[in-house]
Design a protein around this ligand. Structure first.
Ligand SMILES: Nc1ncnc2c1ncn2[C@@H]1O[C@H](COP(=O)(O)OP(=O)(O)OP(=O)(O)O)[C@@H](O)[C@H]1O
Length: 212
């Protein structure tokens, strides 16, 4: 479903990713494990189109997307939950979801479908995003991404700053999505146990290179 071949990228003259080749098959959950600063976010930004690949090829469902802008990749089914969740702090949970439906060209009723999928959000649906706990924000960020009906979701460090009990809830939510929606996921994390609970395969990223 997602194929990277010999991808390089970086920031201006600073090379970060070197010769990244990886693939994620449809329905598969694949992890990228790496410590701080190894290039995990850079990798997801490059796949999303926020950062250009300086060499190599990226294909989604067999179609070359290497030069496509972010919004076209998103329209082709690529979802991206950024590190730090980035939810709108002044909008309520419902408004956050509705804004994502509009941005993704989906009917507003899809927000209700997301609430049915994530019951934890129901009692807090009228609360501003900015007052939610880290775990609630992460679940909202995931639900918000799904409003655009992606087929492949990239998650950047979903357990960052989240207590273990909520971490387990996020694992359950992701397993539920795999079973119910047959979603495909590319997860980047520092938490090996979290990836172990979810992913059929893990790659390890070290100093911008995949080492396993
Ligand atoms: N805008 C930028 N300009 C220049 N260098 C950057 C920029 N953003 C990140 N870097 C550098 O790129 C390297 C990889 O950063 P990246 O954020 O991809 O790592 P990461 O594995 O996601 O780390 P973390 O787990 O801390 O989020 C780091 O050395 C970082 O300092």
């Amino acid at each position: 479903m997602l194929d990277l071949v010999g991808v390089h990228s970086g920031y201006g003259q600073i090379p970060i990713l070197r010769d990244i080749t990886l693939n994620v098959s449809e329905g598969e959950f694949v992890g990228i494990l790496g410590h701080n600063g190894m290039g995990k976010t850079t990798l997801l930004m490059t796949v999303s189109g926020a950062l250009p690949a300086t060499d190599g090829h990226i294909a989604l469902n067999g179609k070359e997307i290497t030069s496509l802008p972010v919004h076209q990749r998103a329209r082709m089914g690529l979802g991206y939950v950024k590190q730090g969740r980035r939810i709108f702090p002044r909008l309520t949970v419902r408004e956050n979801l509705q804004a994502a439906c509009l941005a993704g060209g989906q009917p507003l009723t899809r927000a209700n479908e997301m609430l049915a999928l994530f019951p934890r959000l129901v009692p807090i649906v009228d609360r501003p995003g900015g007052v939610l706990s880290g775990g609630e924000q992460q679940i909202l960020a995931l639900a918000r991404c799904l409003c655009a009906a992606p087929r492949l979701v990239m998650l950047d460090e979903p357990t960052e700053g989240i207590q273990p009990s909520i971490r387990e809830e996020i694992v359950e939510a992701l397993l539920m999505l795999r079973n119910r929606l047959r979603l495909t996921m590319l997860l980047v994390e520092q938490n090996e146990a979290f990836l172990g609970a979810l992913c059929s395969r893990n790659y390890c990223l070290e100093k911008g290179r995949l080492v396993a």
